[in-house]
Design a protein around this ligand. Sequence first.
Ligand code: NAD
Length: 297
Amino acid sequence: MARIAFIGLGNMGGGMAANLAKAGHDVRAFDLSDDALARAESAGCLRAADAATAVEGAEAVVTMLPAGTHVAQTYAAILPACAPGAVLIDCSTIDVATAKRVATQAVEAGFLAVDAPVSGGIAAAAAGTLTFMAGGPADAFERAEPFLSAMGKAVIHAGPSGAGQAAKICNNMILGATMIATCEAFGLAEKLGLSAQSFFAIASVSSGQSWSMTSYCPFPGVGPDTPADHDYQGGFAAALMLKDLRLSQQAASDAGADTPMGAKAAELYERFVREGQGGKDFSGIIELLGTSTSVRA
Ligand code: NAD
């Protein structure tokens, strides 16, 4: 079993670090929050005094931080302290440019590095059923893969450095846009006199089918149990969807890609969050679109 440093023990990182400890690894954990550290300790991790101490002697270093600035600051602090041959695995969702830059810094300092953002929320992090999309050279991916497997159900090598982040934001751009399209369709169906239940029964087996429709239906009372059935509490916060859509739009602008649907989705989530709904599940945007979700099927 390996010594692993884990930095960032929030909603996602807490469960992920716990799963590495459960798999028998020696996990040295650090977070700025004392509460997060205490939870990690009770889940079998060892508390480190700071990020640089956590990485001492570690074979693998996992970071799960809010955004690119946190990752860049943390890498600056830990690179001088990492053990020779260590693999650095950043699982945070961050911008492609920062992901590539910190990986280059790690490689220049003599380490292996992968970006490995995740699909799946807090429940999947706790259950060890995340999907990881990893970017980096083959040797770095091979070193990271067993650690990622201990935290997830699927680990996919997306390509070179930054490819994991690219896959993540492209995936979530589809998700944001299809969720809005699904919400709009429920609103129109209702205005045309179709019950939500009938529309779901048809669209879920027709060409309008998508994950947003069949696995995460935004209309309450139809389809599987989703945040729509719990007043849009829990699930994937609209503020996080907005963060990912902004990253996609930044990347599109940098790469010269035309993404009008992604841009519109970002604009609508921007409005939803500005109206104070950022803590709601992202499917709650159905309310912004004027669909009467009080009409149960
Ligand atoms: P979170 O805010 O719950 O956790 C982040 C943790 O990082 C906090 O505990 C914070 O104290 C800690 N932190 C911040 N700066 C630090 C530093 N310099 N050193 C040490 N610790 C520091 O966020 P989260 O929901 O766990 O998300 C983490 C990442 O995962 C984000 O990039 C997010 O976009 C991504 N993500 C989240 C979800 C989700 O459903 N929550 C799903 C997929 C991906």
